[in-house]
Design a binder for this molecule. Structure first.
Ligand SMILES: Cc1ncc(COP(=O)(O)OP(=O)(O)O)c(N)n1
Ligand code: TZP
Ligand code: MG
Length: 218
């Protein structure tokens, strides 16, 4: 696994931007070559065969690249892949996606399991108690991918420092807004569009990483 998955760019796939295996695999290979901290497989379709095929292929790429693959929403898929790829595979759960403590039981203590906390510290507190590995807050800016996600203020990120877990910022992050989220305290900067809406996800990630280095200078 990567030396440190707890800080940096968290790239999230999107089935509209990457509509078939060929685009998805090519874009993720490019993304992984730029060493994001985490890659999330996010596909809302009900096509279980496609989801297994795509996630299993990405898990192989991630294993070779030393980058954890986080499966969105689907405990069973994460468990199946975890049996094959070990701690390379983790899980992200939203508030409607199943019980975090049950997922922790199934995936084991070493698995990375993230939780959506929207703009709420009470949800973060519960996620910590149930065994979350990181806490995701947002959306912080206008999102093309999920415009209806509840809005959150950047000040939430400093309030969430008390939990002692990596804080993920999500929603409308790009080369400009990402810097603001980093300066507000987020260790992990999650994005769909700024990486997978770009012509070359590797160049996009490198530009985003450079903006974080700039943020650290100030
Ligand atoms: C890193 C990260 N943060 C938040 C989310 C959103 O999860 P959720 O609220 O369950 O919404 P969907 O992504 O499932 O539409 C996420 N996926 N990843
Ligand atoms: C899944 C999710 N949850 C809150 S905003 C969001 C989408 C993030 O996508 P983008 O980086 O394109 O705004
Ligand atoms: Mg979800």
């Amino acid at each position: 696994m990567t030396a440190d998955w707890t800080r940096g760019i968290y790239a999230i796939t999107d089935a509209t931007l990457l509509p078939d295996d060929e685009c998805l695999f090519a874009a993720c290979e490019r993304a992984l070559s730029a060493a994001p901290a985490l890659l999330q497989y996010r596909d809302k379709s009900a096509d279980a065969d496609k989801r297994w095929r795509q996630a299993a292929t990405l898990a192989g790429y991630c294993h070779d690249a030393g980058v954890p693959l986080i499966v969105n929403d689907d405990i069973a898929l994460a468990a199946q892949l975890g049996a094959r790829f070990g701690t390379t595979v983790g899980l992200h759960l939203g508030q409607q996606d199943g019980a975090l403590d049950a997922a922790r039981e199934i995936l084991g203590p070493a698995a990375i399991i993230g939780a959506t906390c929207h703009a709420r510290l009470d949800l973060a507190e519960r996620a910590v108690a149930e065994g979350a590995s990181y806490l995701a807050f947002g959306r912080f800016f206008a999102s093309r991918t999920k415009p209806e996600a509840p809005a959150a203020p950047l000040t939430l990120l400093s309030d969430a420092a008390r939990f002692g877990l990596p804080r993920v910022a999500i929603g409308g992050l790009d080369v400009h807004t990402m810097r603001l989220a980093r300066e507000a305290g987020a260790e992990l900067l999650a994005t769909v569009h700024a990486v997978f809406g770009a012509d070359d996800p590797a160049i996009a990630i490198k530009e985003l990483q450079a903006s974080l280095v700039e943020a650290a200078r100030h």
